[in-house]
Design a binder for this molecule. Structure first.
Ligand SMILES: Cc1ncc(COP(=O)(O)O)c(C=O)c1O
Length: 371
């Protein structure tokens, strides 16, 4: 396996430099939490190795959000990123076939690709409302397919599927004898419904998630993977032990103490998301140069500049950042046409969001020469 840096990481806000960005609409999480707001009590923490599966109390909280799961079925990881890496490197060899929803969070594509796996995309289209159709996805599964990889709610579009579709897909996966990887990093940010942890529905499903997006805690690098398949979990644990043995006890204790008040945090976060979503709706309704598919979960959407406007997108992104200090996730981060951009509406303050959106409108007009 060979590593190659991905544009989404090279050009991420933290690598571009937070100092150059006044309105950051490129993040896919809610605003980052301040350490002091965690109200932690860490003085008696022993800085030891810990249970290799992860802190038991923390795994208990994670497992308790869907019936049928046990804490022993949860393995904590260094963010969802490490969980995805463990899954891909555990299940795939060069030449193995898998089906991946496209576009996607870049790592879901890049790691299988660098392993040399045969990555078949299942495209979601703007015209099709970024809807994941279970039957056309299932038609791509071959006898030798190792796994199908989906992201729910989807990044970068925010699209969802109903629980009945998820259950139907799992039924097909079971019948075909492959695995389903569900990257559910945004699961608790569904607007009308929260899907169950997918791994709670079948031993053929692997769920991956973290505290980075919903809770604004990417700095403590705490994620997890869940499977009811004992043999598979042993393999995942072996991978974890060879890469990092266990996640930091500081991170796990911080996560545990924060999640003791999970319901309060979630209620506040969900209210904030609906307010920000309304700002997006209002802007989209008034901006004829942009079109979108409204998201159904998470804090990102993937709108595009209308083709007939013939906007020079290189100039647009350059001017938007350099003149207006506004940063968005350019389409090429997702191997998509640069007319598309991922807009994150949960991370900036309300003021930064409305200002950033106004800057997008201004920049579009400057680039096409209408004022
Ligand atoms: C869908 C998805 N999965 C996984 C990750 C990795 O996040 P983390 O490692 O911080 O949990 C991201 C980050 O953007 C993501 O969007």
């Amino acid at each position: 396996m060979r590593y190659r840096r991905m544009p989404i990481e090279i050009e991420s806000p933290e690598q571009t430099g937070y100092g150059r960005i006044a309105c950051n609409l490129a993040e896919s999480s809610i605003a980052d939490v301040l350490f002091r707001d965690l109200n932690l009590n860490l003085n008696d923490l022993v800085l030891s190795y810990d249970d290799h599966l992860g802190k038991p109390g923390l795994r208990e909280i994670i497992a308790s959000s869907s019936p049928g799961l046990h804490p022993e079925q949860v393995i904590t990881t260094v963010g969802a990123a490490a969980a995805l890496f463990i899954v891909a490197t555990s299940l795939l060899n060069a030449g193995d076939h898998l089906v991946v929803v496209f576009p996607n969070y870049a790592t879901n594509i890049e790691t299988p690709r660098q392993i040399g796996a045969n990555v078949e995309f299942h495209p979601l289209s703007f015209e099709g409302g970024y809807r994941l159709d279970v039957d056309t996805l299932a038609a791509r599964i071959r006898p030798e397919t190792r796994y199908v990889s989906i992201t729910l709610p989807h990044n970068p579009t925010g699209s969802m599927i109903p629980e009945s579709d998820l259950r139907r897909l799992i039924g097909i996966i079971e019948a075909k004898g492959c695995y389903l990887l569900v990257d559910e990093t945004y699961r608790e940010m569904g607007y009308t419904a929260t899907l169950p942890i997918a791994a709670s529905l079948s031993s053929r499903v692997i769920s991956v998630s973290s505290l980075s997006k919903t809770y604004g805690l990417p700095g403590i690098r705490l994620g997890w993977l869940i499977t009811q398949d004992d043999a598979l979990r042993e393999t995942f644990l072996a991978a974890k032990e060879q890469i990092f043995i266990n996640t930091s006890v500081l991170d796990e204790t911080a996560a545990y103490q924060y999640l003791l008040n999970k319901d309060d945090h979630l209620a506040r976060i969900k209210t904030m998301i609906q307010q920000r979503l309304q700002i997006m709706r209002d802007w989209m309704a008034e901006e004829p140069l942009m079109e979108w598919v409204e998201p159904q979960g998470g804090v990102v959407c993937f709108p595009r500049v209308i083709a007939s406007a013939q906007v020079d997108m290189d100039q647009f992104y350059k001017l938007l950042l350099e003149k207006y200090g506004t940063f968005v996730g350019a389409g090429h981060w997702f191997e998509s046409d640069r007319r598309h951009m991922r807009l994150g509406f949960g991370w900036p303050t309300e003021d930064e969001l409305t200002t950033g959106l106004r800057h997008i409108s201004q920049t579009l007009r400057e680039v096409v020469g209408i004022n």
